[in-house]
Design a protein around this ligand. Structure first.
Ligand SMILES: Nc1ncnc2c1ncn2[C@@H]1O[C@H](COP(=O)(O)OP(=O)(O)OP(=O)(O)O)[C@@H](O)[C@H]1O
Ligand SMILES: [Mg+2]
Length: 237
């Protein structure tokens, strides 16, 4: 099994001069295919910044990010958009659903972007059922609770069966029972489709149940950046 993700000495600095914020400071990470990784750290430590960079939504100030061996920030805008659509799924902290689309169409959205690709209605409906939002499929986001919107966002992120799923506190608005269910579903999906998942969580028990925990503080990785030696953890940076 290869490394789906490699970060080499990544820095992200926001702002200029005296307003500079070092959001990420010399971050190197390896993640292999199919791993389910928890990302933990206090508020403002750089977790969302990390996911945004890996997903190609933002550019590092320094360093390299390789997804499936491709240095994503060397791709053109158009290439990056296509690469992202085919390989990466996102669940954002604020769900970012389309208010004018109902649940079904929100989930179908990533499928409709890929022209020529048939909408896999069977898989879409399976996801709606598994996530407990089937009854809500004709409702609009404004008619749903926070937890329900979050589950719609998770279904949307999974619908293209991405090789890499980036989830920023996907269970932040769910009660503890639903949290366990949703994480179970992500784990099952990860195993079934050999998906790699990076999930930000503040839930200690959930983090402990993942394959690995990456702990980030003040823009630096405290622990968990690399695989254990002998488990494919060759140093690449
Ligand atoms: N667009 C931006 N412009 C300027 N500073 C930013 C920007 N985005 C993030 N930051 C700063 O970078 C640091 C890391 O932010 P980030 O959002 O990655 O933290 P986080 O770990 O996701 O926090 P939380 O748990 O609260 O979501 C913070 O100090 C934040 O203020
Ligand atoms: Mg965040």
């Amino acid at each position: 099994m290869g490394n789906i993700l490699e970060l080499c000495h990544v820095k992200k600095i926001y702002g200029e001069k005296e307003n500079q914020v070092k959001a990420l400071n010399d971050v190197s990470i390896q993640v292999k295919d199919g791993e389910f990784v928890a990302i933990v750290g206090t508020s403002g430590s750089g977790k969302s910044t990390l996911l945004n960079l890996i997903g190609g939504l933002d550019t590092p100030t320094e360093g390299k990010i390789l997804v499936k061996g491709k240095e994503i920030h060397s791709l053109s805008r158009k290439e990056l958009t296509i690469f992202r659509r085919r390989n990466i799924g996102f669940v954002f902290q604020n769900y970012s659903l389309m208010p004018v689309l109902n649940v079904y169409d929100n989930v179908a959205l990533p499928m409709t972007f890929d022209q020529g690709k048939q909408i896999n209605r069977k898989y879409l409906e399976e996801l709606l059922l598994e996530l407990g939002i089937w009854e809500k499929r004709y409702k609009y986001p404004s008619e749903l609770s926070g937890g329900q919107q979050q589950r719609v966002a998770i279904a949307r992120a999974l619908v293209n069966k991405p090789a890499l799923l980036l989830a920023d506190e996907p269970t932040g608005n769910l009660d503890s029972g639903t949290t366990v269910e949703v994480v179970g579903l992500l784990k099952a999906s990860s195993r079934k489709y050999n998906q790699t998942i990076l999930m930000v969580t503040h839930n200690e028990a959930i983090a402990q149940s993942c394959d690995r925990i990456i702990h980030i503080e003040d823009g630096r990785i405290l622990s968990g950046a690399f695989l254990s030696p002998g488990k494919g953890g060759d140093v690449v940076c």
